[in-house]
Design a protein around this ligand. Structure first.
Ligand code: ARG
Length: 465
């Protein structure tokens, strides 16, 4: 049997393989709400413009409501032969209300329909992600305030560099996530235009009101070029790009958590809720949630590269290639959502071992820069020479297997005669972090202030949600 939606010029139905490669219903059924909302907005506009009768519009809208409840109740039968969500819904509408159903598709094509549905889905999903990222920022900022002064080693090259505070480290991620949210919200502003009414590619001869459908669906305005509206998927690409960067940020934090909760680091303890045991090794507490957050980055950035590759080289306007825009985007954005939820849970429950962090902060000659700075400040030595002197003193400590503040004054004076007892005042990790008062630096007072600033800001946003 030829297709009941477009089979007019076809004598035969499709090959089974054709049906399999062509059908998108297995995944695009996810768009049912958006599709029904779009159709209702469209038919109300058609009636208001006198393109369909008020009676037909009413019957169609009621039929669409029935379909919505059938899908939500799980009683709707999806058919592969009907290809996609748009035709499944329209065919069911015809079963329910008869001939009037055929008027819904006036002045519309599946091309503007799918572009509209997918924009709505991406927009709503980005809004959910924004709320989730807000909650993760909140969890991080709360940890930051609680541990604003908890000293820990700061690393470069994963080698002890200079002491920082645990709160400072948490706030670094709050900043990254703020930029991630900014990228989603920039993308939202650009994409919030309604393709509906662009029809197949050229617009329509019917006297439609595109402002009306755009407003009804919460868009800022209709898209200005019908070809562009049905042919571009940059709105998904932007969402996936923002998602990929967010996933990379989550992955870096996840990686740190994996390191930190190992016996060798022992910097933090994860809760039972976000760890698993081993079936063979009874002592194990594995950070599976963190590992999976780290791994999700693969499919998320994969979806971005996948869609970039699909779109590259497609001539205007619609090509069926573009049906491949959805499945990976659904997968990527819902997995990002899951990763953010898991990370929020982990961070909320995570307890830093402040004693161990402090001990680790003092190892690896992490206050060597403070010693060099002291030579500059107190003795007026140029920084490059101070660096050299300090290096020699670290060499003495290292040869003896002792920490920097355990090197005797005589030994230091053999390297630089001007050094006085006062030098010891900068060699402790606490002194070191307290001295980093430059804007954005790790001094506990700074960190506390920044954490409070963020908490206030995030609470204000929550009140507006
Ligand atoms: N399922 C299709 C998609 O997702 C809908 C658009 C079909 N348009 C067409 N001209 N065949 O892209």
């Amino acid at each position: 049997m030829s297709n009941r939606m477009w089979g007019g010029r076809f004598a035969e139905g499709p090959d089974a393989i054709m049906e399999e490669i062509n059908a998108s219903i297995d995944y695009d059924r996810k768009l049912y709400q958006q599709d029904i909302a779009g159709s209702k907005a469209h038919v109300h506009m058609l009636a208001a413009q006198g393109i369909v009768s008020a009676d037909d519009a009413e019957t169609i809208a009621k039929g669409l409501d029935t379909i919505l409840s059938e899908i939500e109740a799980g009683t709707f039968t999806f058919s592969r032969a009907l290809e996609d969500i748009h035709m499944n819904i329209e065919a069911r509408l015809a079963d329910l209300i008869g001939d009037a159903a055929g008027r819904l598709h006036t002045a519309r094509s599946r091309n503007d329909q799918v572009a509209t549905d997918f924009r709505l889905w991406v927009r709503d999903t980005m809004d959910t992600l924004d709320h989730q990222l807000h909650d993760l920022q909140m969890a991080l900022a709360e940890k930051a305030e609680a541990h604003a002064g908890a000293v820990m080693p700061g690393f470069t090259h994963l080698q002890s560099a200079q002491p920082v505070t645990f709160g400072h480290h948490m706030l670094a991620y709050v900043e990254m996530l703020a930029r991630d949210r900014g990228r989603f919200s920039d993308a939202r502003k650009r994409m919030n235009e309604c393709p509906l009414g662009s029809a197949a590619l050229a617009g329509t001869s019917f006297p439609i009101d595109r402002e009306a459908t755009a407003t009804a669906l919460g868009f800022d305005r209709p898209t200005a070029n019908s070809l562009d509206a049905v042919a571009d998927r940059d709105f998904v690409l932007e969402a996936l790009a923002a998602a990929s960067i967010t996933a990379v940020h989550l992955s870096r934090l996840a990686e740190e958590i994996v390191l930190w909760c190992s016996a060798q680091f022992g910097f933090v303890k994860l809760s039972d809720k976000f760890t698993t045991g081993s079936s063979i090794m009874p002592q194990k507490r594995n950070p599976d949630a963190a590992e999976l957050v780290r791994a999700k980055t693969g499919r998320i950035s994969g979806a971005l590269v996948g869609l970039l590759t699909v779109m590259k080289g497609l001539p205007l306007a619609y090509s069926k290639d573009m049906q491949e825009d959805k499945e990976q985007a659904f997968d990527a954005l819902s997995n990002l959502s899951l990763a953010i939820a898991a990370m929020t849970g982990m961070v909320g429950d995570m307890e830093p071992d402040v004693t161990r962090l402090k001990k680790a902060a003092g190892s690896g000659y992490s206050t060597a820069t403070d010693l060099a700075d002291w030579l500059v400040r107190v003795l007026g030595v140029p920084f490059r020479r101070a660096h050299h002197i300090t290096g020699s003193i670290v060499g003495i400590a290292s040869a003896k297997g002792i920490e920097l503040h355990k090197v005797s004054l005589e030994e230091m004076r053999q390297v630089e005669a001007g050094i006085t007892e006062d030098v010891y005042s900068v060699l402790s990790v606490d002194k070191s972090i307290k001295s980093r008062t430059s804007y954005g630096g790790t001094a506990p007072a700074n960190v506390r202030k920044q954490a409070r600033h963020w908490l206030k800001q995030l609470e204000k946003e929550a009140a507006g949600h």
